[in-house]
Design a protein around this ligand. Structure first.
Ligand code: FES
Length: 153
């Protein structure tokens, strides 16, 4: 499905305090960004269970975004720093399985920067478009299941 017709599906976990408001502002200002982005509001990126991010890929998302407050401005102190650390860890696991780690991305943004939110999401969509559809769709749920099994031990 590569080529010009491919529109990557993106799940964006946005923190309640900053990124979600930035996304909302982008909408209010009518700054366009790809309609294939689905936003899930979380209280803080530090609350994102990494299994959810992997599950999104396993269920067919082409990219998953975690969008939180600027570093040093997380409303739960260091939630966004912990999230970045976890995401970096998951990316290394993905690398080992041959799935492009670039399909996961974290951004930090202030609530007042709607246009930047739109730009960063648009850039992510463009990068995913270059990569083509997620290979996880083809390898089914392998990554998700391995991570789930590991987290149970
Ligand atoms: Fe926004 Fe923690 S409250 S990332």
């Amino acid at each position: 499905m590569s080529g010009t017709s491919f529109e990557p599906s993106i799940i964006a976990f946005c923190c309640h305090f900053c990124a979600y408001n930035a996304a909302d502002l982008a909408g209010s200002l009518r700054v366009p960004y790809p309609p294939s982005v689905r936003i899930i509001k979380v209280m803080c990126t530090g609350r994102i269970d990494m299994r959810f991010m992997l599950r999104c890929l396993a269920e067919g998302a082409d990219g998953v975004l975690a969008a939180g407050c600027l570093e040093g401005e997380c409303h739960y102190m260091e939630g966004n720093l912990r999230a970045r650390k976890r995401i970096d860890g998951i990316k290394r696991q993905l690398d080992e399985t041959g799935i492009e780690p670039e399909r996961l991305r974290m951004i930090n943004i202030s609530a007042s920067d709607g246009p930047l939110f739109a730009r960063l999401v648009t850039e992510f969509a463009a990068d995913l478009k270059q990569m083509g559809p997620s290979p996880v769709r083809l390898t089914e749920r392998k990554v998700w299941e391995e991570h789930r099994d590991r987290s149970r031990t």
